[in-house]
Write a protein that binds this ligand. Structure first.
Ligand SMILES: C[S@@+](CC[C@H](N)C(=O)[O-])C[C@H]1O[C@@H](n2cnc3c(N)ncnc32)[C@H](O)[C@@H]1O
Length: 318
């Protein structure tokens, strides 16, 4: 029996009936993101997304790939008046605040009807990296599709090969070099942009042309550590996102986003340590969390792909 295309095995591993993301423990059991798992960072991240919504004039935030609603709960705590909706592949999480709406999705590049309107900011944090994509490998002569068992299949062709030529050209490839074809991610991002929302924000780890990783980035996560990616539902399977091919209106790092949105954590005064020690410690903790959120080698290096200029719809980019 011929080996399956890798993209099919990847989709089944994450979103099939026994897929990794359908399991009860949810993504937070396996890795931390800006929206969950790093003390204090989620609250700052929520402030940044709310500041963006305010700047754009959005009154509804729709979180695509919402996990078990961890980030939505933080948004609700920070601004209870905000309309909130989560979308993920599981039934509504039991701990979600009653005011938050929930939509169930099939997963990957498939997206159900979304309650998006002209007041909606769609946010997708670390979603595109788990939208499966084809991978091609240089065999010494040509680019070939990598199959689910790691063997090489047919020669890369059609729109996938055109995408590779345009977005991931390799001047002098060595045998074993890999290219992760971002076309399904581009289409998924553009699909969100076509749903009638005011703006779409996809946040992810990724790369730009001129800085693509030669060996590819496919990796697994399980239980808080990286793992060999397995296509049996036992690990996450993720690859970095080619951010510049998405077609965003503006692309900037999370570090820059926090600065431009005015998210700050001034050093608490030493006087406060005497008069209100708990507030002093809170101030220090917020400062530490902001440093983590803005770390260029960590969360601060994540890319924000915003469908319109940060200054607001209709305003030209800086
Ligand atoms: C890497 S996790 C990120 C979770 C969360 N956004 C966070 O920042 O912690 C990706 C999430 O996207 C969800 N997902 C993948 N494809 C989806 C789709 N088409 N619609 C809704 N959720 C999807 C997965 O089930 C998973 O919960």
């Amino acid at each position: 029996m011929p080996a399956r295309p890798l993209i099919d095995a990847w989709a089944e591993a994450l979103y099939g009936d026994r897929g990794f993301y359908r399991q009860s423990d949810g993504p937070a059991a396996h890795f931390a993101t800006a929206g969950q798992g790093v003390p204090g960072v989620g609250e700052l991240f929520a402030s940044a997304v709310i500041a963006l919504a305010d700047r754009l004039g959005a009154t509804h935030i729709l979180d695509v790939g919402a996990g078990r609603g961890e980030f939505l709960s933080l948004l609700h705590a920070a601004r209870p008046s905000l309309r909130l909706t989560g979308v993920d592949v599981v039934a509504r999480p039991s701990r979600l605040p009653a005011a938050v709406a929930w939509v169930r999705s099939r997963g990957g590049s498939a997206m159900p009807a979304l309650p998006a309107d002209a007041q909606t900011l769609i946010v997708a944090n670390e979603w595109l990296d788990v939208v499966p994509c084809p991978i091609a490998e240089w065999d010494g002569v040509t680019w070939r599709d990598v199959l689910a068992d790691g063997a090489l299949g047919g020669e890369l062709a059609g729109p996938e090969d055109a995408w590779r030529e345009q977005w991931w050209p390799v001047a002098d490839p060595a045998a074993g070099d890999r290219v992760e074809i971002g076309l399904p991610r581009d289409r998924a991002y553009r699909d969100l942009c076509s749903r009638g929302a005011l703006a779409v924000l996809a946040i992810d780890y990724g790369h730009l042309q001129g800085d693509r990783p030669a060996g590819g980035t496919l990796i697994g996560y399980r239980g808080g550590v990286t793992a060999i990616p397995r296509f049996d539902g036992s690990t996450d399977v993720t690859a970095h996102v080619a951010m510049d091919s998405l077609g965003a209106g503006e692309l900037f790092t999370q570090r820059e986003a926090f600065s431009r949105l005015g998210i700050q954590a001034p050093a608490p005064s030493l006087d406060l340590a005497r008069t209100a020690p708990a507030d002093y410690l809170d101030g220090l903790a917020r400062r530490t969390a902001l440093a983590a959120a803005r770390d260029p080698g960590g969360l601060g290096g994540f890319w924000w792909a915003l469908s319109c200029p940060l200054a607001g719809p209709g305003t030209p980019p800086r």
